[in-house]
Design a protein around this ligand. Structure first.
Ligand SMILES: [Zn+2]
Length: 319
C-alpha cells in the first residue's frame, strides 16, 4: 500500500492525516506551537506522522511523501515567502527542512490553496477539470484549480480572491487597501454592515436576538433571522449576495471554471445565500461563463479538506 501524509498547519493547531488513494484513513491534531521555532515544530509533526504509521501498522517505506498546507505565500511548492502568523524567518525552504528531518519527499503550498486542491480533487470539484474554491469566513480566501494544478503564481500569491477590488475608494480591508471583496462579502463584512444598520434601526428580530449587544453579532445571527423571515436581516443577506455575485462574476470572467465551490462559515448559510447569488450572477458574469454544465456548489470535505488537499500535492505531482 502507498500512503501520503497530509499536514494542515494552522495558527494554533496542526491537523495531520494518512491518506491512501484519496481516503483519509487516520488523523490527529497537535498544537502548532510555532513560537518554539520552525525546526521544533517540524520535528513534532514528523513524530506525529510516525505515531500514526505505528498505530495503523504501516511501514515507513509505505509512506511515499508528505504534503503540507501553510499560512503564507509559497513558491515552487517549497519556499514560504513569509509566515502570516508565525515568528519564523522569511523565505524558508520548508520542503527541504522537512525532507532533511523525515527523508520523505515533501511538497508545500499555501493553506487555502491546499483546501481548494482538496475540494477540487477529492471533494465538490471531483471530476471537473477546473474549479475555483472560495472560502468565506473572517476573510475571503481562494484557490484556483486548472487542469490538475493549483495556480500559485509568480511569487506564491495566486488565488488571493479576497482582495479583488469591487468598490473604488471603498471600505478599508485588513490588507491595507480599500474596496476589497472581503471587506464587503466576508463574515466580518456582513457583521460590519449589520452593525451600521442596527445603530439606526432597532426594531427587528436581529436586534432582539443579540439583546442589543452589537459587538456580539455574528454573521450566523443574520442568516438565522433571515431564515425566520426577518425583513431587516433578509436585506443584509441580499446585500451580501450582491457583492458575492459581483466577486464571483469577476472570477468567472477571468478563469471561466467549470465549478465555483463555496466553503467556510458563511457558506453554511446554504440555500438562502446560494439562491440569491445565482439570481444575480447574470449581472456580472458574461453569459458564456454560465453555459450549461457550470455549477456553483457547496464544499463537501469540511475540516478534512486541508489534510486531503495537502496529500493531493504529492499525488497530483506524480500524475
Ligand atoms: Zn484587501
Amino acid at each position: 500500500m502507498k500512503y501520503i501524509a497530509g499536514v494542515d498547519i494552522g495558527g494554533t493547531n496542526t491537523k495531520i492525516g494518512l491518506v491512501n488513494n484519496g481516503k483519509l484513513e487516520i488523523k490527529k491534531s497537535i498544537k502548532t506551537l510555532s513560537e518554539d521555532g520552525v525546526i521544533k515544530t517540524m520535528n513534532r509533526i514528523w513524530e506525529a506522522i510516525r505515531e500514526l504509521l505505528t498505530e495503523k501498522n504501516i511501514k515507513l517505506e509505505e509512506l511515499v511523501g508528505v504534503g503540507m498546507g501553510i499560512p503564507g505565500p509559497v513558491k515552487n511548492e517549497e519556499i514560504v515567502g513569509f509566515f502570516a502568523n508565525f515568528p519564523w524567518e522569511k523565505n524558508l525552504n520548508i520542503s527541504e527542512i522537512f525532507e532533511n528531518i523525515s527523508g520523505k519527499k515533501t511538497k508545500v503550498n499555501n493553506d487555502v490553496n491546499v483546501i481548494a486542491l482538496g475540494e477540487a480533487v477529492y471533494g465538490a470539484g471531483k471530476g471537473s477539470k477546473s474549479s475555483v474554491t472560495i472560502a468565506i469566513g473572517t476573510g475571503i480566501g481562494g484557490g484556483i484549480f486548472v487542469n490538475g494544478k493549483i495556480i500559485s503564481g509568480f511569487s506564491g500569491a495566486g488565488g488571493e480572491i479576497g482582495h479583488l477590488k469591487i468598490v473604488k475608494d471603498g471600505k478599508f480591508c485588513g490588507c491595507g487597501q480599500k474596496g476589497c471583496f472581503e471587506a464587503y462579502a466576508s463574515a466580518t463584512g456582513i457583521e460590519r454592515e449589520a452593525i451600521s444598520r442596527l445603530m439606526i434601526n432597532k426594531k427587528n428580530m436581529l436586534y432582539d436576538k443579540i439583546d442589543g449587544h452589537l459587538e456580539k453579532i455574528e454573521a450566523k445571527d443574520v442568516f438565522d433571522c433571515a431564515k425566520l423571515g426577518d425583513k431587516f436581516s433578509i436585506d443584509i443577506v441580499d446585500y451580501e449576495a450582491e457583492y458575492l455575485a459581483m466577486g464571483i462574476g469577476n472570477i468567472l470572467n477571468i478563469i471561466n471554471p467549470e465549478k465555483i465551490i463555496l466553503g467556510g462559515g458563511v457558506a453554511l448559510a446554504g440555500d438562502i445565500l446560494l439562491k440569491r447569488i445565482k439570481n444575480r450572477l447574470g449581472e456580472y458574469a458574461m453569459p458564456v461563463t454560465l453555459e450549461k454544465g457550470f455549477e456553483i456548489v457547496l464544499s463537501t470535505l469540511g475540516n478534512d479538506a486541508g489534510v486531503l488537499g495537502a496529500a493531493a500535492l504529492v499525488s497530483q505531482n506524480k500524475a
